[in-house]
Design a protein around this ligand. Structure first.
Ligand code: TEU
Ligand code: CA
Length: 574
């Protein structure tokens, strides 16, 4: 029996930016509840709600100060219970976000831990003494870089030690080596909500809980930077699978699904360690092969638009898809967007004209929805939302990752305008902020995200009068209508869409991405033009059996050419 989540499409919601029901400018749970009928109408099977827990919001809720209560502007625990009931009443399932590599520095546990070196909960976090230079200058315990830049260690003057924070200073890493800490996490962050009937979790940074305990310096991979990336020392550590088995046992008690965020794990054998069915750990993972394309080699933002090639993208697609080639008992995911990624149309499609914007949004939809694995759609992707305009001032970027990067460049360059301009252009291209602009519901002020008197926490995109749900609902040729059709054909042909074997027979082609998906009884041919010019193709030689065109984003369908950003999905019954 195929578990529900294998052939499912899961819709990701970022609570701060989805729907503000009380005009305080912040999205909230009653707002999400008011949109459940819309969500159901998309044809998705479940929602994943990003952290709504109590938090000082230094990292938009990924800094949890109380796992068992809500960030007040989002609502109350009762609102979550109403959201769970609202989902289940519509045949939707609900996943919450599980953020247990770290807590907020405002969490009671951390306050107790930092009280003194001998505090009962001292060992619940990762404290280490300073190192000192020859001249007596105090230094962090090692050279690890935080994922948000700078040292991964913060000096606590009161208790005279450093604590580890792989992310923001306000996100101290929990010490998973301590069994009491794990037990408290399993109860407070997991079972408190599982008992309320949620269907599972998206698990944040799922491979970072076991660090190499030597805490030795990371290899110098970036000689010009004082702090070094430590992914190899903090990801997939020595006890991670022991911890995964503990979590898997709890999830199993509730028959709950778990999708783990698995960065920095390129080897399939390592991925299988997390998602092989017989391991009884996680159900599936988010791998970063596709979405990391185009990132800088050292820093995410040290890059420029369109610095990727189609052969590189195809190779990355194959990296993830090969896990589901019928030879393994593992499972993965298909996604192009989430709250950490810039908008897919801006990264890989076109905004050159309204026609190319819509066509490329549909082309990218056909790419991701034709891939095997559980499909994830991020709020706004279904209407083709795009990056914030490049002429917005840098002050519109609210994300800690963006703010830290811009400050880093300002410091490093001595406030050099050329360097700062390049940094702003990098943020315009790849900042996480682009996925966090308020959802665009209609053409009213604030795009219907909030009432016209509200001041949304993040600026609404200027294009909301023409790019919004209401306008696209009325238009059968809209991106939204296309996504509804696409999810329908995927639902109607689950074996070949969600479980079919991916075959790319032309991996070096630099302009047109034609791939197949094969099941026992059907074959898909997906032909996608990634360029803004007409491309000659020879689809005739592939379509040598009777075929059906399931979907396409242009009117004509010559077998020897594809228009700019044209895509088609053909179905062959074998
Ligand atoms: O993201 C972790 C994260 O940033 C990974 O993608 C990885 O560490 C990095 O990209 C290097 O590959 C999760 C959440 O999705 C993010 O929003 C949070 O900021 C972060 O964890 C901390 O909780
Ligand atoms: Ca609100």
């Amino acid at each position: 029996m195929t578990p529900w989540w294998k052939n499912a499409t899961i819709y990701q919601i970022y609570p701060a930016s989805y729907k503000d029901s009380n005009d305080d400018g912040i999205g909230d749970l009653p707002g999400i509840i008011s949109k459940l009928d819309y969500i159901k109408s998309l044809g998705v099977n479940a929602i994943w709600v990003c952290p709504m827990y109590d938090s000082p919001q230094h990292d938009m809720g990924y800094d949890v100060s109380n796992y068992e209560d809500l960030y007040a502007p989002y609502g109350t625990v009762a609102d979550v219970e109403a959201l769970i009931a609202g989902c289940h009443a519509r045949g939707l399932r609900i996943l919450l976000d599980l953020v247990i590599n770290h807590t907020s520095s405002e969490h009671a546990w951390f306050k107790e831990s930092r009280a003194s070196k001998t505090a009962a909960k001292r060992d619940w976090y990762i404290w280490r003494p300073a190192r000192y230079d020859a001249d007596g200058t105090r230094r962090p315990p090692n050279n690890w870089r935080s994922f948000f830049g700078g040292s991964a260690w913060e000096w606590d003057a009161a208790s005279e030690e450093y604590y580890l924070h792989l992310f923001a200073v306000q996100q101290p890493d929990l010490n998973w080596e301590n069994g009491d800490t794990r037990k408290a996490l399993y109860e407070s962050a997991m079972e408190f909500w599982l008992r309320k009937g949620i269907d599972g979790f998206r698990v944040d940074t799922v491979n970072m809980y076991s660090k190499e305990q030597s805490f030795r310096d990371a290899d110098i991979l970036d000689p010009v930077n004082e702090w070094q990336p430590a992914a190899s020392l903090v990801c997939n550590g020595p006890r991670i699978h022991e911890f995964m088995r503990e979590m898997g046992a709890i999830l199993g008690k509730y028959d709950a699904v778990a999708v783990g965020e698995l960065p920095n794990t390129p080897e399939i054998a390592d991925v299988l360690g997390y998602v092989s069915e017989k391991e009884k750990k996680l159900s599936m993972v988010f791998q970063f092969d596709i979405v990391d394309i185009g990132f800088g080699p050292d820093l995410r933002f040290n890059t420029a638009p369109r610095n990727w090639t189609l052969p590189d993208l195809r190779r990355r697609v194959r990296c993830t898809q090969r896990l589901m080639d019928g030879t393994t008992d593992g499972w993965s995911t298909a996604f192009l967007e989430n709250h950490d990624q810039a908008r897919s149309v801006s990264r890989w499609g076109s905004e050159a004209s309204p026609e190319l914007w819509a066509r490329s949004a549909k082309m990218l939809a056909m790419l991701v929805a034709s891939l095997s694995g559980t499909l994830y759609v991020y709020q706004g992707q279904e209407i083709g939302m795009v990056n914030a305009p490049a002429d917005w001032d840098v002050s519109e970027y609210k994300d800690v990752d963006s703010i830290n990067y811009y400050s880093f460049v300002r410091e490093k360059s001595g406030n050099d305008p050329v360097a700062l301009d390049a940094a702003k252009r990098s943020l315009d291209h790849l900042a996480r902020d682009h996925s966090r602009l308020p959802m665009q519901w209609d053409g009213s002020p604030n795009a219907g995200f909030a009432g016209e008197t509200a001041k949304p926490w993040m600026r609404v995109h200027d294009n909301y009068p023409t790019l919004n749900v209401e306008r696209q609902t009325l238009d059968q040729t809209s991106v939204l209508s296309f996504w509804r059709d696409l999810l329908r054909v995927r639902r109607e042909n689950p074996r070949v869409f969600a479980e079919g074997v991916f075959v790319d027979s032309d991996p070096l082609n630099e302009s047109v991405f034609v791939f197949e998906k094969r099941s026992e009884t059907q074959k898909l041919f997906v032909a996608l033009n990634f360029m803004d010019e007409v491309q000659a193709v020879d689809l005739k030689e592939k379509l040598d059996q009777p075929f059906q065109t399931l979907l396409g984003n242009c009117d004509e369908e010559p077998l020897d050419a594809l228009l700019p950003y044209e895509g088609r999905i053909y179905l062959v019954e074998v």
